[in-house]
Design a protein around this ligand. Structure first.
Ligand code: ASP
Length: 462
């Protein structure tokens, strides 16, 4: 089917067409009525007169219509330069109503950012009809598609990893899923595909990527939700320099082909110590006020992070990723468990406009190194076996040197769109209290299902 959309009509002057969409606005001028017809591409002005067949007088905003008519050029002084179809309009011959609509709970033809969050998310499908959100979600898709294309051109394989996986006592709190077949046991949703992507390297699958969902039960913030998406990458037989070069080339290719300007190339690099000294923060913003106005993207790398930080009870935990390889100069210290506060790791973060746009590391592929990291964190032999025994075993079967990175799709798209809230770049985000858009989860389960799962609930949450 060769459907005609509002982005194509400017080339169809004097042709009779059929076009579908929503009534965006209507303006009555006596015998003549003007409508703006909307589809995901934009708007088209429609002119209906007494000669137009169909329920013209009834039409209201958000009704779904099919309009048959003739595309005519607008006189020079009536051209609307703000919309792609602004050089033409549609003289309606016949209007067919495909569906009526109730009056929406908020105005869709205006920016919806001022509308109450709960209402926007309850009616997210209406919010998504607004111009800004349609553009954000479309741009997000373009960003991901370009990254995918870049990686496919370099022989990466896109590989999915499980959603139901093992709870690991690291990083953030897990979301868990009860097992019906083994009552009292639980799966965890992945906080990232970290371990599986490393296992793919052990499997010899060399260059992996995935547009992966990551789920973390963390406190919700403007730039952080329970769920986010990562462009997750892992490669074998690489050094830190190879990964930084690849990702830098990818970001440049992706965002420049989308029409953005990058402040500095190659991306400037700072060690963690330099960043803290210069900016007092490892997520800094290199843009001038002028850059901010012009939507410039200021990327930078931060490298040489401390591997460990003190826990509240005086022990040590990792700062970024327990699977990282320390910098070569600190390998002996790690193995001996000494000088822990000064051990630096191969972690690298990509910073853009004050956000962490991505992060990764070269991994410990020698089981002894990974074991040493867990020993520093106070794990005994049994605890190490329980947490990462499967990784240690895998590494004992010829694990290649490897490393990778994950780029946060939302944070990157926030930078591209200039949005400061994660919810503006996700199709169906949650409310700030953790309720899902539209579907009203979390919800209660039937007694039957709870019984099957072997779960007793205490509704007060005590
Ligand atoms: N798994 C890490 C994360 O989700 C990224 C990486 O090191 O590849 O932050």
């Amino acid at each position: 089917m060769n459907r005609i959309t509002t982005n194509k009509v400017a080339q169809l002057v004097d042709q009779e067409i059929e076009i579908n969409g929503w009534i965006h606005t209507r303006r009555d001028h006596g015998k003549i009525t003007f409508f703006d017809l909307r589809d995901r591409w934009g708007l088209l002005q429609v002119v209906a007169s007494d000669d137009t067949q169909g329920r013209v007088k009834d039409l209201r905003p958000e009704w779904v219509v099919k309009i048959k008519g003739k595309i005519v050029a607008r006189p020079e002084k009536l051209i609307n330069h703000n919309i792609p179809s602004g050089t033409v309009e549609l003289q309606a011959i016949e209007v067919e109503v495909l569906n009526e609509a109730k009056t929406p709970p908020f105005e869709i033809d205006k920016d919806t950012s001022g509308v109450e969050e709960e209402v926007r998310l309850k009616y997210r499908y209406l919010d998504l009809r607004s111009e800004r959100l349609t553009r954000n979600i479309t741009l997000r898709s373009q960003f991901v598609q370009k990254a995918r294309q870049f990686l496919f051109e370099r022989n990466f394989s896109e590989i999915e990893t499980p959603l139901l996986t093992k709870s690991t006592a690291e990083g953030s709190r897990d979301f868990v899923v009860p097992s019906r077949l083994q009552p009292g046991k639980f799966y965890a949703l992945p906080q990232s595909p970290q371990q599986y992507k490393q296992l793919l390297m052990v499997a010899g699958l060399d260059r992996y990527f995935q547009i992966a969902r990551a789920v973390r039960d963390e406190d919700l913030r403007a730039d952080r939700g329970f769920e986010h998406t990562q462009i997750d990458i892992e490669m074998s037989f690489v050094k830190q320099e190879d990964i930084l070069a690849l990702i830098e080339a990818m970001m440049i290719s992706v965002v420049e082909s989308m029409g953005y300007t990058i402040k500095e190339k190659p991306f400037p690099r700072f060690t963690y110590a330099q960043a803290m000294e210069k900016f007092g923060d490892d997520k800094f913003d290199l843009r001038s006020e002028e850059d901010k106005k012009n939507g410039v993207l200021a990327y930078a790398w931060v490298i040489d992070f401390p591997f460990f930080e003190k826990t509240d009870d005086g022990g040590w935990t990792f700062t970024h990723n327990p699977f990282s390889q320390p910098l070569p100069a600190f390998l002996d210290d790690l193995k001996a468990g000494r000088n822990v506060e000064n051990i630096l790791t191969s972690q690298y973060d990509l910073i853009c406009n004050g956000y962490e746009a991505g992060g990764g590391s070269i991994r410990a592929h020698d089981p002894e190194v990974l074991k040493s990291t867990y020993k520093v964190m106070g794990y005994n032999e049994q605890e190490i076996e329980d947490s990462v025994g499967h990784m240690l075993e895998a590494f004992s079967y010829g694990a290649p040197p490897h490393g990778g990175i994950a780029l946060g799709v939302e944070r990157n798209v926030m930078n591209l769109t200039g949005e400061s809230y994660l919810r503006e770049v996700q199709a169906f985000p949650m409310t700030s209290s953790g309720r899902t858009a539209i579907m009203d989860a979390p919800g209660e389960l039937s007694t039957k299902l709870l019984k099957e799962l072997g779960i007793n609930t205490n509704k007060k949450g005590k």
